[in-house]
Design a protein around this ligand. Structure first.
Ligand SMILES: Nc1ncnc2c1ncn2[C@@H]1O[C@H](COP(=O)(O)OP(=O)(O)OP(=O)(O)O)[C@@H](O)[C@H]1O
Ligand SMILES: [Mg+2]
Length: 472
């Protein structure tokens, strides 16, 4: 059908008008010759069959003017009374042909739009189905390697390209190929990898190779490339890949946070074990030894008869052991914190510090115990760090409750340069905060002091409820 060829529509319209005029000339000759030999009805049937064949072969745009012209010729030169060609008949013929071409054009444009819309709907349904398949894989917690393989396969099928490849940009400047679907040749061109890495956006190397960046949590993580050995990639290739690259980014971010969660849990367990071992050691080496010694002395004193002086001494020693035990339990949860809350506990912390500490606590009443304990230990460790590492002259601690969260900020005016990698203190605080459903950030530019901010939800359970609400 002509409408499916690449002939532009205006040219097709002009050709249809010419075909109409041509068919009038031919139909006139045929009508004049057949008039005395064939009956009008079978002749009309033949005419209509010819029009039908035109419609099937060339479409409505051609069939309408050809049919209109043929029927006019049949009327004028076959059925009596016959007509002579005059200005009036030419005008009528031109008007009929014009109308037929206009109606044919409108019908053609409308049907083409309908076909295009239908095709777009089909495409969209296919994309949605393939995105749904991939999203299911990610939601099931499938290992990233499998997700990457599935995405590259779907991208290749969706675009009809020869191959689709996912590569990851490594920190040392190299790249790792994670998955490849289709023919491995041609391999991902080096120039494409470089352009996407440097520009951070989609790049088309030539008509047969295109690359789209994969950005995870705001960082350029890798690149998706598609290639075609011979044929040209469609113009909208990059746009059609974007939804798939977003899915890859989601899968990667998901896997990363799962891995972080697992290692943070492992660190929390290790820290808890370490704390328990320390308490066991302190009890074993301190209070337990003293109690054993006191029991022995008590037995000797009983054997030797009444020795009031000795018993009084043992009583005093018992009081010391009780004090020691109390100190030990305070080490686990500072008594002032449990008894009076965060404000007095932070003030006590400030008083004991060798550095001047300004404390600004804006809270009404008490907070949930895990939040108070968390905030206290964060302030305590950050203050110890400021004393140990910063060479600071003053430390500011501020605490406020806002938006259902506790906001803690500890700032020193020291040397800066704090990192999570330097020891276990800051990392432990991060784990502690995240275990409470909060976040901890450290800003510590060299020479400009250190600021540690923590945000802890006052009701950690809310996160779970929100997530539940979000997934319905
Ligand atoms: N306020 C600060 N000013 C300057 N540097 C700091 C500050 N806080 C921490 N640092 C640096 O960051 C590193 C990490 O601190 P972190 O508290 O994790 O470990 P640490 O204090 O060295 O050891 P610990 O595990 O006993 O806490 C420190 O070694 C130090 O170099
Ligand atoms: Mg420390």
């Amino acid at each position: 059908m002509l409408s499916r060829t690449r002939i532009p529509l205006p040219l097709q319209v002009a050709l249809a008008a010419v075909a109409g005029a041509g068919s009038f000339v031919v139909a006139r000759v045929v009508c004049t010759l057949a008039r005395d030999h064939i009956h009008a009805i079978p002749f009309a049937a033949v005419l209509l069959t010819v029009v039908l064949l035109f419609a099937r072969a060339l479409g409505i745009l051609f069939a309408l003017p050809v049919g209109t012209a043929a029927i006019l010729a049949y009327d004028w030169f076959y059925l009596p009374p016959l007509r002579e060609l005059s200005e009036a008949t030419y005008t009528l013929l031109a008007t009929f042909l014009g109308m037929a071409v206009i109606v044919g054009t409108v019908a053609t444009v409308t049907s083409r739009r309908a076909v295009a819309a239908e095709r777009a709907r089909g495409d969209m349904a296919e994309v949605q189905a393939s995105l749904r398949r991939l999203a299911l894989l990610i939601a099931r917690g499938e290992v990233p390697g499998r997700v990457f393989e599935a995405v590259t396969r779907e991208v290749r099928d969706h675009l009809g390209s020869d191959n689709a490849t996912l590569v990851r940009y490594e920190l040392d400047g190299t790249t790792t190929e994670l998955a490849c679907a289709g023919r491995p040749e041609p391999a991902v061109p080096e120039a494409l990898i470089r352009h996407v890495r440097e520009g951070g956006r989609a790049f088309r190397l030539d008509a047969t190779a295109a690359g789209v960046p994969v950005v995870v949590n705001g960082r350029l993580w890798g690149m998706f490339s598609v290639g075609s050995a011979e044929s040209q990639l469609p113009d909208d290739t990059e746009a059609r890949m974007s939804e798939y690259t977003e899915l890859v980014a989601t899968a990667v971010a998901d896997a990363q946070s799962r891995a972080e969660l697992i290692s943070s849990r492992a660190r929390i367990v290790a820290a808890a074990d370490e704390a328990r071992r320390k308490i066991e050691r302190d009890l074993h080496d301190g209070a337990q030894q003293r109690l054993v010694a006191l029991a022995l002395r008590l037995r000797t004193a009983t054997h030797d008869g009444d020795k009031p002086g000795e018993v009084a001494e043992i009583g005093a020693d018992l009081m010391t052991v009780i004090d020691e035990l109390r100190e030990l339990s305070r080490g686990i949860h500072p008594a002032v914190l449990s008894d009076s809350g965060l404000r007095p506990a932070l003030r006590a912390l400030a008083r004991r510090s060798p550095l001047p500490v300004e404390v600004d606590v804006r809270l009404d009443g008490r907070l949930p115990q895990p939040v108070e304990v968390g905030a206290y230990y964060i302030a305590s460790e950050v203050l110890t760090n400021a004393v140990k590492h910063a060479g600071a002259t003053v430390v500011e601690i501020s605490v406020k409750a806002e938006d259902d969260c506790l906001h803690l900020r500890v700032h020193d005016d020291g040397a800066g340069g704090a990192t999570f990698a330097g020891g276990t203190g800051l990392l432990g605080l991060k784990d502690r905060t995240e275990a409470l459903g909060g976040t901890l950030d450290v800003t510590s530019p060299a020479g400009a002091g250190t600021t540690v901010t923590a945000r802890i939800p006052l009701e950690p359970g809310d996160g779970g409820r929100d997530a539940q609400a979000a997934i319905g």
